[in-house]
Design a protein around this ligand. Structure first.
Ligand code: ATP
Ligand code: MG
Length: 586
């Protein structure tokens, strides 16, 4: 494609409403344009990327045995009333009426339609399993559309739905989708992990969210850079091989408990500084309410208590951390000076790191006083041991002891075991070998295709622009011609035209900057648009018989000999010399 005919205007300035890099760069690079809040047009460069993501998804869905369908975007509200989701979606759903005042909605997802579709065609155990998917626009009237494509009101989603005879079958279908998702996001060049959703919250159904690591993500999660371990912060654990567990007892810690005066120092940092100790040498005692009584949660002074972990540890009793009101209601409790032996505490829960064989500095259960050389078993008891600390970056992975990282993630996909909810509500039953009827067992699987485009830009960009992974780039090669003003200008243009033809002849997709613009403008645009390889031909290079090659992502440069490497070799070698999509790892 010649840039002189490409429908493209790049922008030097950031759009004023853009808060995140992907939004800024996709607009500046002329990939998308806003039409309304959370609604975008996809211009040629953007639509090429969107189609490539779509194609990867399609290939992996087909390979996993799912079959493509196209379901309506305009859906009768009546179906949504039958499943009860009309009310559940509420204002998130775009609603409309036809001329007969029949209610419709714009599909935010498609469980209802796909379930009734399968119910109408299939009724025997012999028909199952089946997995149907579509790639289609979805509509959600998000409360806060923002971050460009990341939280849009119109977005492209791949949604798949599996139907099995039983839960075992569902497990197999689910695993196939789960594996396909790993291949999709790997091929898209994303750093991602799958995170298991909290079972309790969603009624025991298994589900995983696929998180692309990104500072602008909306969910905190913990992941290991060395293995596949990933978890929500609420459920994340660290390895028991924590160095704190193996600390050597300093001789002084064997000493008897000693009370120290710490006036007006109710905070960990202040006490540590006053006593010349590290925060980790203090024992933090956090008050919590357990079914109306007082409990204490113990963690080292440099750590925080994970309230979710605490709640799990005391189940079926209910726990929540003390608020100011709770403290006000218990004036005898010396806030800031609480120690593990506080008499009013009915339950003491501690993190395993509190087992470290050392004497602790902790509250003396008396205002303005702390104690030191306080030892487990000798000076205080623990009723329940449980992983309590909030994970921080650098904690050891529970699987491989590699360093965990706490980051934010963008949910690019989700796989979910639905069970029989929709089948029952919408009448998707099958007859087994004995003639008995059962509801079909369903799973649903979504990928935010347009969101993936933005997530990829979040990961693959620098201050100059986008650096598309080869698998998604709108074009393989960005060819820049710099004819200059000299005598060689025509010759440079002719050679560049020939190079353009040769590259396309070799099966490469080429964006050819044949515009009458300055080198500065052309280079800036090439970096902004982000094709994986840039080739530049100018008068000086032509005189030397070379074309300059730059790899956009790494900045690595080399020269290709025009006669030997580029113009006279066969297509295969030319593709290899340039670093074509298939010779490229992305
Ligand atoms: P979120 O929690 O981000 O609102 P969700 O869990 O409601 O998403 P699902 O119903 O699981 O979304 O939809 C499947 C996929 O569609 C999501 O994993 C996400 O990638 C994408 N998606 C959902 N909402 C949006 C949106 N407003 N804009 C772009 N993509 C979206
Ligand atoms: Mg989701």
């Amino acid at each position: 494609m010649r840039m002189t005919s490409l429908f493209l205007r790049t922008l030097r300035d950031d759009p004023t409403d853009a808060e995140v890099e992907s939004h800024r760069l996709l607009v500046r690079a002329g990939c998308i344009r806003k039409v309304a809040s959370g609604v975008y047009s996809w211009l040629p460069l953007g639509s090429r990327v969107l189609r490539r993501v779509e194609q990867i998804v399609r290939e992996e869905m087909d390979a996993a045995g799912a079959q493509e369908v196209i379901l309506p975007i305009a859906q009768p509200l009546e179906l949504w009333e039958r499943s009860g989701r009309d009310a559940a979606y509420g204002p998130l759903m775009f609603r409309l009426q036809d001329r007969k005042e029949t209610g419709f909605c714009l599909s935010p997802t498609a469980e209802e339609v796909v379930t009734t579709t399968v119910a109408a065609e299939y009724s025997s155990y012999r028909d199952l399993p089946v997995n149907l998917y579509q790639v289609n626009w979805k509509y959600r009237d998000e409360l806060r559309p923002r971050f460009g494509l990341l939280r849009a009101r119109e977005f492209l989603m791949k949604d798949a739905y599996s139907f099995d005879v039983d839960v075992e079958g569902l497990g197999v279908s689910y695993q196939e989708m789960y594996d396909a998702y790993h291949r999709v996001f790997t091929r898209c060049g994303l750093t991602f992990r799958s995170v298991e959703g909290e079972a309790g919250e969603i009624g025991g159904d298994v589900n995983h969210e696929f998180m692309a690591v990104a500072a602008v993500g909306e969910d905190d999660f913990v992941w290991c850079k060395q293995c596949d371990y990933a978890a929500n912060v609420e459920v994340a654990r660290r390895s028991a091989e924590h160095p704190a567990h193996h600390a050597v007892v300093p001789a002084a810690d064997a000493a008897p408990v000693e009370k120290v005066h710490t006036p007006q120092l109710p905070g960990i940092a202040g006490v540590a500084e006053h006593l010349g100790a590290a925060a980790s040498e203090l024992l933090k005692c956090i008050a919590f309410d357990v079914d109306g009584e007082l409990g204490l949660a113990l963690v080292p002074g440099d750590r925080e208590v994970n309230e979710f972990a605490l709640a799990r540890a005391v189940t079926p009793r209910k726990a929540r951390l003390y608020t100011d009101d709770d403290f006000a209601a218990r004036p005898a409790l010396p806030k800031g000076y609480i120690g593990p032996g506080y008499e009013g505490a009915v339950l003491v829960v501690a993190d395993p790191s509190v087992r470290a064989p050392r004497g602790w500095i902790t509250g003396a259960n008396e205002v303005d006083h702390h104690v030191r050389h306080v030892r487990l078993d000798r000076d205080f008891r623990v009723d329940v041991w449980a992983d309590l600390v909030t994970i921080v970056s650098g904690d050891p992975c529970p699987n491989c002891s590699g360093p965990l990282s706490v980051d934010r993630g963008i949910e690019v996909g989700q796989v979910f075991q639905l069970g029989t909810k929709y089948a029952r509500a919408l009448g998707a039953f099958y007859t087994d070998e004995r003639g008995d009827q059962h509801p079909m067992v369903m799973g649903c699987y979504g990928i935010g295709i347009s969101r993936v485009v933005a997530a990829v830009v979040e990961e693959h960009h620098d201050e100059h622009g986008i650096a598309w992974p080869a698998a998604l780039a709108p074009f393989d090669v960005h060819l820049v011609v710099l004819p200059g003003k000299g005598d060689a200008a025509d010759e440079v243009r002719r050679t560049a035209d020939a190079l353009y033809d040769a590259l396309r002849g070799a099966g490469l997709e080429v964006l050819y900057d044949d515009r009458d613009a300055s080198p500065g403008v052309k280079f800036a645009d090439a970096d902004l648009l982000g094709m994986p390889v840039q080739l530049t031909l100018g008068a000086k290079g032509l005189a030397r018989g070379i074309v300059e090659r730059k790899v956009r992502a790494s900045g690595e440069r080399n020269e290709l000999a025009l006669t030997d490497d580029v113009l006279t070799v066969g297509p295969g070698e030319l593709r290899a010399a340039v670093g074509a999509r298939d010779a490229w790892s992305g």
